[in-house]
Write a protein that binds this ligand. Structure first.
Ligand code: DQA
Length: 144
């Protein structure tokens, strides 16, 4: 059975209450529970941290998963350390953003240092982005 690591970065633990007009009203535990219900044939491991190093440590535990869906939060815009870690990871990684970062008012959100080292980016489809990312990874594996 395929195991996918769902990794969420800083402030995503606040989903549901943080700017719901941008990020929606679903909490992170609900999002994860809905994903697990939807993808019964997959093992989903979820980890959220507000700490860059903790996310990197989790990614370096490479034995425990086949591929990764990551919403790095604001670390997408700043973290060369996370980018280097993903670059070194011999597994497919998909970057997800709940909001459309390219359309947001803050121009610093328009750039991701993670995007060049992932298989692809999904941005702006709300929490459905996690579903789309897992669909891609399933397709990728079924082709292999
Ligand atoms: C986010 C977008 C980032 O710019 C922001 O810092 C987040 C959430 C998103 O899911 O839309 O924390 O990654």
């Amino acid at each position: 059975m395929q195991t996918i690591l769902i990794l969420n970065g800083p402030n995503l633990n606040l989903l549901g209450t943080r700017e719901p007009e941008i990020y929606g009203k679903e909490t992170l535990p609900t999002v994860i529970a809905n994903l697990q219900r939807r993808f019964l044939d997959l093992t989903l491991k979820h980890y959220q941290s507000n700490h860059e190093g903790a996310l990197i440590d989790k990614l370096q535990e490479t034995d425990g998963f086949d591929s990764v869906v990551i919403n790095p939060g604001a670390l997408a815009h700043t973290s060369y350390a996370l980018a280097d870690c993903i670059r070194a990871l011999p597994k497919p990684v998909v970057e997800v953003h709940i909001s459309n970062v390219f359309g947001r008012a803050e121009t610093w959100r328009h750039q991701s240092v993670i995007s060049p080292v992932v298989a692809g980016v999904i941005s702006g489809f709300g929490v459905a982005g996690y579903v789309l990312a897992i669909d891609y990874l399933l397709h990728h594996y079924n082709k292999a």
